[in-house]
Ligand binder design. Structure first.
Ligand code: FAD
Length: 270
């Protein structure tokens, strides 16, 4: 059998989804299914119940708040980010990076919420949301709370949205005077990141966030010039994993390169 037996529920409201998740320790949200179904097929996880979020239209919206912040519903797909006028106007880096994720099938199914809640260290969006200073809205049995992106990622596949909770939206502040950039070295075109970096530059200061070099995104700050950025990366004494795609030392060197490129990309526009 492709999948082990699993229960299935399809709530029609966020409250009902949270109740279903709270009722059963082994219940997990199902968004685009691009990670969780593969993990289940590989028998690496065996949820008791999948709580399918597909009918929660209120989590699918992309809007700009009165304060000019970009509000991304957790169920917004990468394809919706890429074609959204609101994203393009407010924080185009989100669309540019979403367009680099995998292939069109994955982009049509994969969601903002699934990308950050799986917190695979190779995923594209976690470093971007930390760099831009996004805030994550989480709903659970005790109500709603907001967690800054830099405190949201706790470990591989672990985030501040714990069992029984749902990430409902990601709020990205308006760019103002800041400019954003992203750079990654990937396995083939649009492939999995080997090392990635997102940067937000404000004045002469850069906020740089590295992906794939630790269990969670690594945030650094530096003056926005290449040598200062490289020095900040060296100073972080990264201890990245060694794997089939490259040894730790290679990733340490790539981290300097992509961090400097992300800052340079921020200087070129957005
Ligand atoms: C071939 C392939 C290549 C890929 N390459 C890349 C890549 O290069 N870069 C990249 O970033 N990603 C890549 N991905 C992963 C893809 O982006 C996934 O879509 C994403 O990681 C998970 O999103 P999803 O909506 O499919 O979530 P799902 O698989 O449905 O869920 C993922 C996890 O998040 C939880 N979850 C989902 N939504 C919520 C929520 N709102 N609140 C709380 N928990 C939630 C689920 O319970 C589950 O544990 C790839 C996937 C495939 C199949």
């Amino acid at each position: 059998m492709l999948l082990s037996e699993v229960g299935y529920a399809r709530p029609s409201s966020v409250d009902e989804a949270v109740r279903l998740l709270a009722e059963n320790d082994g219940a997990r949200p199902l968004a685009g299914g691009q990670t969780i179904v593969n993990v289940m097929k590989a028998r690496a996880a065996a949820p008791d119940v999948l709580v399918d979020l597909a009918d929660l239209a209120e989590l699918r919206t992309i809007a700009v708040s009165d304060e000019g912040a970009l509000e991304l519903g957790a169920l917004a797909t990468y394809s919706e980010l890429i074609t959204s006028a609101e994203v393009k106007e407010t924080r185009p880096i989100v669309a540019e990076v979403a367009a680099q994720i995998a292939d069109v099938q994955v982009r049509n199914r994969g969601t903002v919420g699934g990308n950050v809640c799986s917190n695979d260290p190779t995923n594209h969006l976690p470093p971007v949301f930390v760099a831009v200073g996004a805030a994550m809205t989480i709903v659970g049995a005790d109500g709603e709370r907001t967690v800054p992106a830099e405190e949201f990622f706790l470990g591989v596949y672990m985030t501040a949205a714990g069992p029984g909770e749902l990430l409902t939206k990601v709020v990205v502040p308006p760019a103002g005077e800041s400019r954003d950039g992203f750079s990654a070295v990937t396995i083939g075109a649009d492939g999995t990141c080997i090392v990635s970096a997102a940067a937000t530059v404000t004045g002469d200061q850069a906020r740089i966030v590295l992906g794939c070099v630790a269990a969670t995104p690594v945030l650094l700050t530096a003056a926005a010039d290449a040598e200062a950025v490289r020095e900040a990366v060296r100073g972080a004494e990264l201890d990245p994993p060694s794997d089939v795609h490259g040894p730790a030392e290679y990733r340490r060197q790539l981290a300097e390169v992509v961090a400097a490129r992300a800052v340079a990309a921020a200087g070129e526009g957005h």
